[in-house]
Design a protein around this ligand. Structure first.
Ligand SMILES: [Zn+2]
Length: 150
């Protein structure tokens, strides 16, 4: 790994080189963990930070490929427990990953999707079964549904 490969600028908002990439102002300080995460240091202000800072991967020990696998299963509608069985990732970790990535996506959405005047909106290819199949309906449910309660 060379310093030219660094894709993140200084994270200190008070630094003269804040978020500037390619100026050779950041250097690799050390590599940590089994995922070989780069710890960087800004040569201008001296601030140390992780290459994952500001990403949903920050402070996650799960490998990026495993995180991708988890998100693919969740995105296809698998439950937390099914995803746990298929990927071997603990359910608490799955929920943590889903929350972090979801919050990150919301931030990106709120930052870039603004003032859109849509004449028509389509939402395709995602559906879910809501309710009960008739064979699972008991008499009371049918009565409530008939009265418009369900
Ligand atoms: Zn700096």
């Amino acid at each position: 790994m060379k310093d030219e490969d660094i894709k993140i600028g200084c994270i200190n908002p008070e630094c003269a080189d804040y978020q500037i990439i390619g100026k050779n102002n950041t250097a690799i300080r050390r590599i940590v963990g089994k995922n070989k995460i780069l710890m960087l240091k800004c040569n201008t202000c001296g601030k140390e930070f992780s290459e994952r800072n500001g990403t949903p991967l920050f402070r996650l020990k799960t490998s990026p490929s495993k995180i991708e696998e988890v998100l693919n299963h969740i995105g296809e509608g698998c439950s937390i427990r099914v995803t746990e069985r298929l990927t071997g990732v603990n359910r608490n970790t799955i929920m943590n990953i889903t929350k972090k990535v979801g919050d990150h996506c919301k931030k990106i959405h709120d930052k870039y999707v603004k003032d859109i005047e849509a004449g028509e909106v389509q939402f395709d290819e995602k559906w879910a079964f809501v309710g009960k199949k008739d064979k699972n309906n008991v008499k009371e449910d049918k009565k409530k549904a008939h009265n418009g309660i369900m």
